[in-house]
Write a protein that binds this ligand. Structure first.
Ligand code: ANZ
Ligand code: ZN
Length: 843
């Protein structure tokens, strides 16, 4: 009788090793002198609930596996963790439960920490960053000051996105299809004076940098699209009966002959110039109504406009064409005016139909009675351009227009400046100071220090003020009235004790900004802080120069694709500015980025609002962290959207127990000489494949290979064999199995390594196994053997042999386990599926 093997006691094994790892400082690299630094980073989570859900566990495990793998490859892995604890995600939760945000954060982050530790992740817990801690946000403010001093901050009055539920303005990047990214409320437009980081100055650099980073194509494409570089021409149109001219931006100069009207944005400054007396009243009525619509966030539902009363001259054919005012032209793009080419632009076509404007075809193709023709074709009705081809001859046409002096080259970007002010409480106070006294004299940092600015061509920087660099931090006071007011000012604006200050320049009475920084300012630089946490200079500098040189840029950044135009764009921008200021010596913070997928549950994205959140704690308690980690990594490709199922979790727990049993039993087993080379080949080919799969984040297929490996081992070992060579080989096979599972099941692997295999602590610092091609005979295949349709055994054989029925039949009949079912029987028929299955039908 076989003795019953004790089940894997995950609880005691996991707590035991977590404690030893911590005592032995296994995951704390020598920050000053590690010879092979490898910075492995997962996007830090925001505490917006009591704890992590399985989606966080999925993502963080994916990052942890890579870190462990790199450590076994001989690297000194630095894997820090922290909390993006300022901002609306956290504040909204605090408001919901009615707890002071600071209290809520200190309570919930403790739970996050416990959960992350229970998952067995290899974090360096001595170097954490919590965005809302004053020893972190004083440096966020310092960064904001450096950007200010570089001339890359503007205080500007403009139409901005206002979320009525969050009661604050938000950045363009935080508006998704017209709704607030946080709370899904439709955003409104408001005219406010706000602080902006001038990211548009870096549009070209941000695009250029894409060439040097190894990121998923779709993320690069999203960023490119967001930046939206557009090359075209600014064409000049003379106003009829005046010397003035109007410029329009176009990417289709080939359609100039087809421009039958011009359109000016209703909130453009040009409107005043072109409005005729007769039309004044109609126009101001129209503008009032569109302003109202804009405020209510209603855009372009249906195009509308009014005639201005003025005309322009189309330079191509000298025709007089009407100038209209309409809301489908944006004042913030190009010149805020366009040439209407209804035959070839769908928006213009709709507009022309509605107001009965002339439609004049200049590129052949389509049916312009039914809609605009936007495709390629021969140019017609266009004087000397007739016969040219759109788009092939665009360059010729551009040159012709420029030579005639009718147009200039122009490049535009869709990217807007990054709006960083929030009328909320829970954020780093924006550390800028406004001094009415200096303003009266026309003085500000910008006017007095033009020479120091990286960007000297700012036109809206007047009296933007000063900064208290020597007196940082500007601490966020604890307030009883921290709720957002909705008045257009944050809660800090109700506290003179906060905002009354002294001007750093003239010593007079001055006012602090009362808005706080957007949460994405905190996360735009946190990766710079981690390695410097805890150094002797940590409260003198944001980050240590030498340490930063050693550890940055980040070797592997792991995170969600949803941040492509938020965090990932902002972090690149801030790094580029710091690079230009000579503060860091690289311009790309994340040369390699891996985008993981989002976990779903019952077919929907896992989220609190859907009530389908899975708490990892319950599964760790019941099955153990190793089983959970294996499961999360096995359910699908890391970049897909795996669906969490309890049944799958149970299956994985059975697998872990099977694994455990093999580790407990293997000493009683050996391998007969005729099967040794086969097993050796399997071992080397498995190492090869698992190595390849892990290095490319295909963890699910790596686990599948490991499972096949275990099946293969079990097919060739036997309890009867006492072969010495076979025992030695099996030990090697088992040790390598343990090394390969170490990144996935760190506790189990350590227990086996130290307690079963008697190897020196720690498996996680042991070299990743290597393979030798010369032992890999050829691919192996597993054949299922049935007798009368019932599974009676499996064979691990050369995959070429597995194609040949006679060969498989011969090998199968030799196997004792199978032979006993065939003994004395007459085989009536054999069913064979090459490479997969053989079924002997007997009577
Ligand atoms: C004439 C024309 C004819 C156009 C045609 C297109 C097709 P991107 O690629 O996005 O840069 N445009 C220019 N300024 C605008 C504004 N402020 N608001 C709204 N639309 C504006 O697109 C450039 C095109 O968008 C320009 O080319 C212009 O319409 C329009 F058959 O000019 B086009
Ligand atoms: Zn002053």
């Amino acid at each position: 009788m076989k003795s019953k093997i004790a089940k894997f006691d995950h609880k005691s094994v996991e707590t035991k090793w977590q404690k030893i790892w911590e005592e032995e400082k296994l995951y704390i690299p020598d920050i000053d002198s590690a010879p092979k630094p490898f910075y492995n980073l997962w996007m830090y989570p925001y505490p917006s609930a009591e704890g992590l859900h399985a989606g966080h566990a999925f993502a963080s495990t994916g990052s942890d596996i890579y870190g462990r793998y790199q450590r076994m490859r001989g690297n000194d892995v630095f894997q820090p963790i922290g909390y993006d604890s300022f901002g609306m995600h956290s504040e909204n939760y605090a408001l919901k439960i009615g707890e002071q945000p600071a209290k809520m954060i200190s309570r919930t982050t403790k739970n996050y920490e416990k959960q992350l530790k229970n998952l067995g992740h290899g974090y360096d817990w001595t170097r954490t960053v919590t965005a809302s801690d004053v020893d972190y946000y004083r440096w966020t403010q310092w960064i904001a000051v450096q950007i200010f001093k570089a001339g890359l901050v503007a205080n500007r009055q403009s139409l901005v996105n206002w979320c009525p539920t969050c009661k604050t303005v938000i950045a363009d990047e935080q508006v998704e299809a017209g709704v607030c990214e946080r709370c899904k409320t439709p955003v409104e437009k408001k005219n406010f004076k706000q602080w902006f980081f001038r990211i548009t100055e870096y549009a070209d650099k941000l695009l250029e940098g894409h060439k040097n980073i190894d990121w998923p194509n779709k993320i690069i494409a999203t960023q490119k699209n967001w930046i939206g570089k557009s090359k075209g021409l600014a064409i000049k149109f003379k106003l009829d009966g005046s010397k003035e001219e109007l410029r329009v931006f176009t990417t289709r100069p080939d359609t100039l002959w087809g421009a039958t009207f011009l359109v000016v944005s209703s909130d453009s400054s040009i409107v005043g110039k072109i409005t005729t007396k007769n039309q004044r009243q109609t126009i101001s009525k129209y503008i009032d109504s569109t302003q109202k619509k804009i405020k209510e966030g209603e855009f372009e539902k249906e195009k509308s406009g009014v005639f201005s009363g003025s005309y322009a001259i189309n330079p191509a054919n000298n025709k007089k064409i009407p100038i209209w005012i309409a809301d489908y032209v944006l004042s913030s793009y190009g010149s805020g005016a366009i040439m209407g080419v209804p035959a070839h632009d769908s928006r213009d076509w709709e507009f022309a139909k509605k107001y009965d404007l002339e439609i004049y075809q200049v590129v052949s193709g389509g049916d312009i009675k039914k809609g605009a023709y936007v495709g390629k074709g021969k140019i017609i009705n266009s004087g000397s351009w007739d016969g040219k081809i759109y788009p092939d001859d665009l360059e010729y046409i551009q040159k012709d227009l420029i030579d005639k002096g009718w147009a200039e080259k122009k490049t535009l970007y869709h990217l807007r400046d990054w709006l960083i002010s929030r009328q909320r409480y829970w954020g780093a106070p924006i550390p800028y100071i406004f001094c009415p006294n200096c303003a009266k004299k026309g003085e500000s940092y910008f006017t007095l220090h033009k020479d120091r600015l990286l960007k000297k061509d700012q036109d809206d920087w007047d009296h933007a003020g000063w900064y208290p660099e020597e007196n940082l931090p500007v601490e966020l006071p604890e307030l009883p009235d921290y709720q957002p007011t909705g008045s257009g000012k944050g809660p800090l604006a109700n506290h003179p004790e906060f905002y009354e200050t002294i001007c750093p320049h003239c010593g007079g009475k001055a006012i602090r900004e009362t808005d706080v920084c957007d949460t994405f300012v905190d996360s735009s630089w946190y990766f710079l802080r981690y390695p410097s946490v805890g150094t002797s200079d940590a409260n003198k500098v944001a980050f240590d120069k030498k340490i930063t040189q050693k550890w940055l840029p980040v070797n592997l950044y792991f995170g969600g694709a949803e941040h492509s135009v938020l965090h990932l764009l902002y972090a690149r921008f801030v790094t580029m500015v710091l690079n230009d200021l000579g503060v860091v010596d690289f311009s790309e913070p994340f040369p390699k980025f891996y985008a993981h997928g989002l976990m779903i549950k019952n077919g929907a994205k896992m989220s609190k609002s859907r009530g389908n959140v899975v708490n990892p704690d319950d599964y760790i308690e019941k099955y153990g962290a190793d089983s959970l980690r294996f499961y999360l990594m096995f359910i699908g490709p890391m970049d897909a959207s795996p669906d969490f199922r309890d049944t799958g979790m149970e299956g994985m727990s059975r697998f872990v127990n099977r694994l455990w049993k093999l580790f407990k039993d293997f000493e009683k087993l050996s391998v007969e000489p005729d099967k040794q080379s086969q097993l050796r080949s399997l071992m080397h080919s498995t190492i090869k494949q698992v190595t390849q799969e892990i290095s490319s984040f295909r963890y699910n297929t790596a686990i599948a290979k490991i499972m096949e490996y275990i099946n293969g081992i079990q097919l060739v070992v036997s309890e009867k064999s006492t072969n010495g060579e076979g025992k030695k080989l099996l030990f090697e096979v088992i040790a390598n199995l343990d090394l390969m599972i170490a990144p996935f099941a760190p506790h189990l692997a350590e227990e086996v390594w130290v307690e079963r295999l008697n190897k020196p602590f720690s498996v996680h610092k042991t070299a990743w196994p290597s393979y030798d091609e010369k032992f890999i005979s050829s691919d192996q295949a597993t054949m299922i053997v049935q007798v009368n349709g019932k599974l009676r055994g499996q064979l691990l054989i050369d995959s070429q042999d597995a194609q040949n029925q006679d060969k498989v039949s011969e090998i199968a009949k030799r196997e004792a386990k199978i032979a006993k079912w065939l003994e004395g029987k007459n085989i009536k028929k054999t069913v064979f599926i090459a490479g997969k299955l053989i079924n002997f039908v007997i009577n």
